[in-house]
Design a protein around this ligand. Structure first.
Ligand code: NAD
Ligand code: ZN
Length: 347
């Protein structure tokens, strides 16, 4: 059997073509994919054929933010039935390496993460009409939300993990730099975790509107001259308790140090190149600087929050196109001045 998929061959060479499809084996299910969100990494493969040393070296199905409907179940699957609507976890850690055994699956040494050219053969992705997957990677999302909303479980998981890396943020003042899909979802996750002030910054007015819709208590344009360097944020050694960096633009991290209070925490989510930091400030203010990478158990939490609309992700979904128009969808997603999350519809 075959199924139609969205396959990257090289930079700007994205094709909708047939790929093989098996039948669900023991413990597996066959899912009819409904919606899939285009993420920054998918865009990098499309626009540049990869990022850094990671290059597309063989045709690879893109996509890791998907949700769909169970069509058939394999032997031994009792928790899911045909017709169930589910979000699909793109992450498949090995389960027996040192990090998996320690409950730190995001650092698995043998990770298969959908739509990634980090290993060879590449880890094929999920932008396809049908997919066979282990039943335990499916999170039920009920009947209320759309499959497009359910497909936001993956980026919301990243956001929940980032907020978790900040420690307890209940009652705190939080700065979120960057209001792309990740930053906007971090805003929502920070509000959900009880932050009282969540200030969002971005260069794009459109992104700031999304952050406001996701619960930012204030938005600041980083495009105007002052940016973060305002008297109220600088006073008293820094106004924010926590900052979560979601731009990936190196100089942004440096601009955060003066506005976080001594002993505050900075979580770096955005991935970029190298940057310079004034170590004297980091030391003198006893700041904690942490990375946040992917997620593990947060996926189930994200599914619950979306399923019950305790976090409403609809504001960030700015475009949806059918699989046949995948190239147009990728072009739309490339226009960051207009679009946040663009999705492909498979049915
Ligand atoms: P995105 O490109 O849509 O969003 C980045 C936003 O930052 C844009 O809206 C842009 O206008 C804004 N920005 C750029 N420079 C800025 C500046 N100087 N000041 C303020 N805002 C600025 O990307 P995204 O999908 O939201 O992802 C955000 C970052 O998170 C990316 O770097 C991505 O690679 C990274 N990411 C990390 C993980 C992880 O596990 N750590 C997972 C997914 C994405
Ligand atoms: Zn492992």
């Amino acid at each position: 059997m075959e199924t139609r998929a969205c396959v990257i061959h090289a930079e700007k060479d994205l094709r909708v073509e047939a790929v093989p499809l098996g039948a669900p084996g023991e413990g597996e299910v066959l899912v009819r994919v409904g919606a899939g969100g285009i993420c920054g990494s998918d865009l990098h493969y499309y626009q540049h054929g990869g990022f850094g040393t990671v290059r597309v070296r063989q045709p690879m199905v893109l996509g890791h933010e998907v949700a769909g409907t169970i069509e058939a179940v394999g032997a031994g699957v009792t928790a899911l039935r045909p017709g169930d609507r589910v979000a699909l976890n793109p992450s498949s850690p090995c389960g027996h390496c040192r990090f998996c055994l320690a409950g730190e699956q995001q650092h698995c040494t043998d990770m298969w993460f959908w739509g990634s050219a980090m290993r060879f053969p590449h880890s094929q992705g999920a932008f396809r009409e049908r997919i066979v997957i282990k039943a335990n990677r499916c999170e039920p999302i009920g009947e209320v939300v759309s499959l497009g909303e359910a497909a936001c479980c993956e980026p919301l998981s990243v956001a929940l993990h980032a907020v978790r890396q900040a420690g307890s943020i209940a009652g705190k003042r939080v700065l979120v730099t960057g209001a792309g899909p990740i930053g906007a979802l971090v805003v929502a996750a920070a509000r959900q975790a009880g932050a009282v002030d969540v200030v969002s910054t971005d260069l794009q007015a459109n992104a700031l509107e999304k952050a406001a819709a996701m619960g930012a208590t204030a938005t600041i344009s980083a495009a105007d001259g002052e940016g973060l360097a305002r008297a109220e944020f600088l006073a008293d050694k820094g106004w924010f308790d926590v900052a979560i960096e979601c731009t990936g633009a190196g100089p942004v991290l440096e601009s955060i140090l003066p506005v976080v209070r001594p002993r505050g925490t900075i979580v770096q989510v955005g991935m970029g190149g190298n940057t310079q930091l004034p170590l004297g400030t980091l030391v003198g203010k006893e700041l904690s600087l942490r990375g946040a990478f992917r997620f593990h158990e947060e996926f189930a939490t994200a599914a619950r929050l979306i399923k019950e609309r305790r976090i409403d992700v609809t504001p960030i979904i700015t475009g949806s196109l059918p699989l046949g128009e995948a190239v147009r969808a990728f072009e739309m997603a490339s226009d960051r001045s207009r679009h946040s999350k663009v999705q492909i519809l498979f049915e």
